[in-house]
Design a binder for this molecule. Structure first.
Ligand code: ADP
Ligand code: GN1
Ligand code: MG
Length: 373
């Protein structure tokens, strides 16, 4: 897409001061994100994030924005109640001059939030402390939404973490083979198919009620959290587009998938791709602390499975997109999605090899944190 007229779009929002400059920002795979810097007449600076919502992915942008509005309003009250800083710890939507939180210009949907300064995000290779802090924050996020009225949320992407459906979609994409890539990925398809039975381990337990349905974030990728430049504590959970009913295992698993890897999601040298046991333990500890004893025994027992299934599912989604000619995730080159699929499947294989160790870490932390002596 050609560079949109950011200055024109920005004029719709009630930002403070005058726009000084703007630039593309962040490494998200879905929306188009810009950082805009403003200044008031006396020089006081302000900064905002302007985003074009990907309406191919989020087909009902207005519903999505309603979700974000109610969730941020709810979270802000919780942050205030526990003495936190509501300006930094929760996303703040900036209204338009018409009082809306989203505007459609030339067929694209735009929103604006306050830029939270003094923070950084990490794509991979976090320090154990950073990843521990992310665990606390994602755990707390879920904990804070425990009494959120889930019926008031729209499902922004139906069946988002329905791993069996994701596998079916992969099989369909391979059969349709719209760009003639299927023959070259026979090995990858076999890897996914060999794990077919396991794909329903979470969804079937949600259906039977063995696992509780909670309000979850569903996209707990490491770069969806802001960490403080000074004290390195997690400041704010970002990217609330997929906050929907789901399983705690989705949030735990997706964070491990992205943050416990020793390499970038698109690393092509697979010898560099490992699941770091120290990072695995750091996040698990943080997540257990953040959820503060609210996880059920079944959830605790299935944490390693959550990590494995979210990683497998993500690999399946990258492979599906590769077979569909890269229509979903942003890509830089034709094999980008395939390379991402390879890192995910490499992590899955390594989790399988070290399965007992992963389970032992989770059990030890449960004992340490929750069983009084
Ligand atoms: P995507 O859905 O494309 O991943 P995100 O909402 O995650 O989009 O935003 C992309 C990146 O922009 C984030 O990873 C983060 O680095 C940055 N970002 C988003 N919102 C803010 C904010 N309010 N303050 C500071 N940085 C932000
Ligand atoms: C996308 O938007 P972003 O980059 O935070 C995707 C996640 C994937 C992730 C893989 C709405 O996350 O589900 O796990 O890429 N988000 C959506 O990197 O599909
Ligand atoms: Mg993101």
């Amino acid at each position: 897409m050609a560079m949109p007229d950011i200055a024109r779009i920005a004029r719709a929002f009630t930002c403070k001061g005058t726009l000084q400059d703007y630039r593309p920002y962040g490494n998200g795979h879905i929306n188009d994100t810009y950082l805009m810097r403003y200044a008031e007449a006396d020089g006081t600076p302000h900064a905002y994030i302007l985003q074009r919502i990907n309406h191919q992915v989020f087909t009902h942008p207005m519903e999505l924005m309603e979700n974000i509005q109610v969730v941020t309003h709810f979270l802000r009250k919780k942050v205030r109640a526990c003495g936190g800083d509501p300006h930094r710890e929760v996303l703040r939507l900036i209204p338009t001059f018409d009082g809306d939180f989203c505007i459609c210009i030339d067929g694209n949907y735009w929103r604006c939030v306050r830029f939270i300064s003094g923070c950084y995000t990490v794509d991979f290779d976090a320090t154990p402390e950073d990843f521990y802090q992310s665990g606390v924050a994602f755990g707390q996020f879920q904990q804070r939404l425990a009494d959120f009225p889930s019926e008031s949320l729209y499902e922004t992407i139906p069946y988002f973490h329905d791993t069996p459906r994701r596998l079916e979609a992969l099989c369909r994409a391979a059969k349709e083979d719209v760009c003639g890539r299927a023959a070259s990925v026979a090995e990858e398809l076999a890897f996914a198919m060999a794990r077919m039975e396991e794909t329903s381990l979470i969804t079937s337990k949600l259906e039977s009620g063995e696992l509780p349905l909670r309000v979850t974030h569903n996209d707990t990728k490491l770069n969806n959290i802001l960490l403080d430049e000074q004290d390195h504590r997690a400041v704010c959970v970002l990217d609330l587009d997929t906050v929907m009913p789901g399983s705690a295992l989705y949030d735990y698993g997706d964070a491990i998938r992205s943050g416990a890897s020793t390499a970038a999601e698109d690393e092509t040298d697979l010898s560099k791709v490992h699941l770091d046991p120290v990072l695995f333990e750091s996040f698990t500890r943080g997540f257990l602390e953040g959820t503060a004893g609210s996880l059920t025994q079944t959830e605790l027992d299935l944490l390693p499975m959550g990590a494995k299934l979210m990683t497998l599912e993500c690999g399946i989604r990258f492979l599906t997109d590769y077979l569909q000619n890269d229509v979903y995730f942003k890509t830089d080159h034709p094999t980008h999605n395939l390379e991402r699929c390879h890192t995910q499947f490499t992590l899955v294989a390594e989790m399988e090899q070290n399965w007992e160790q992963l389970q032992a870490v989770v059990s030890r932390l449960q004992q340490e944190l929750f069983v009084s002596v």
